[in-house]
Write a protein that binds this ligand. Sequence first.
Ligand SMILES: *Cc1c(COP(=O)(O)O)cnc(C)c1O
Length: 358
Amino acid sequence: MRPLKAFINQASLQHNLATVKQLAPHSKIMSVVKANGYGHGLINVARGLNESDGFAVLTLNEAIDLREHGFEQDILLLEGAFEAYEISIAAKMHFNLVVHNLHQLQMIEKLKLNRPLDIHFKINTGMNRLGFNPQEAKEILKTLQNKSHFKSITLMTHFATADEPRGVDWQLSVFDDIAKPFNFSRSVANSASIVNFKKTHLDWVRPGIMLYGASPIMGHKSSTLNIKPVMQLKSKIIAIQNLSKNDSVGYGESFKAKKDMRIAVVACGYADGYPRHAPTGTPVYVEGKKTSTVGRVSMDMLYIDITDIPHASISSDVELWGEHVPVDDVAEKSGTVGYELLCAISASKRVPIEIVHG
Ligand SMILES: *Cc1c(COP(=O)(O)O)cnc(C)c1O
C-alpha cells in the first residue's frame, strides 16, 4: 500500500476544545466542523469534540450524518437552507438554520411546519458576505418576535478582520446597536476573535481552525496558543537519488544542486493536497531531523534534501506536517493558510485517515 496517511489525534482535539473552554468559560461552544471537519473527517472530529454544546456544518447531509451517528447536540447549518425542502427536514430533525437574507425568510414563511424552527439570524456588519444589512435587520427583527414559525432566535455576525490590526470594534458596534433592544442569544466569535477579544465571547463562540491546532492569526505560532496539531500527515521515502554538483531535480529543473547532494523522493504530491506552490526550502521532518523540500512538487511525489541525514533510507518515515512541522509553516512558505492545506487533504480523496488516541 502507498505509505501516505493522515493520522488524526483525538486527544489533541479534546485538548484544543479545553483551551477554548478556558478562554471562554461562560460561553457555549459551537464547534465548526464544516468541510469534512476541516479535512480531518466529520465523524472523527465530532467524536473528539463530543463535549461541544453544538456543531456547525455547511450542508444538510453533514447535519444528518451527525444525527445518524448519535450526536444530540445543537447542529447549525451555516448558510441555512438552499432549497425549501431542506427547511422541513431541518425542523423535523431539530437542526438550527442560519437565515441570512429575505429570500430564505420568505421560503420559511411560506411553509406549514410541524414544529417551529430554531434560527440564527445573520447580520451583515461589514464583511459583506452573508447577512441582512443593519437597517433591514432592525426592522425585520421587530416583526419576527411574534411569529409562530420560530421557536428561538440567535443573532449572529461574522468578523472580517479579527486576525488583523483593524480588529472587531467597527463591526461589533454595529451588531450591538441592533441587538440591544432584544433579548436574543448572540454568537459572533470565530477562532481569531476568541483568542484576541474577550468581549466577543457572548452566549456562543464558534471556534474552527484552532480546534484543529492551526493558528487563526498569521504570524502567531500555534504553540503559543496552547493548542496542539490534530493532523499528522505522514509518508515514507520511496527512492533515493545521489546528485552531483549542477544536477537538477524534477520538472523544469527548478532546483540545481550547488554541491553533491543526497535527495529522497517522498510519496506525497499535489494530487494528495500537498501545495504545488511549496517552494524549495519548505520544512519537512525525517528520521528525527528537520530538513526541507527541493525542486517542484509533482502530482504524486516530492523531493527532500537528506544530504545531512545519512541514516535516512528507503522506507524512512517522513512527516509533511504535524507535531514537528506546523502546518502553518508549510502554508506560509506556500503563500496560503493552514485552513486550505488541511481541507485539501480530504478534498483529494486519496489520503487514508487513521485515528490515534493520545
Ligand atoms: C468557518 C466559520 C467559523 C470558524 O472560523 P475559524 O476561523 O476557523 O475559527 C465561524 N463562523 C462562521 C460563520 C464560519 O463560516
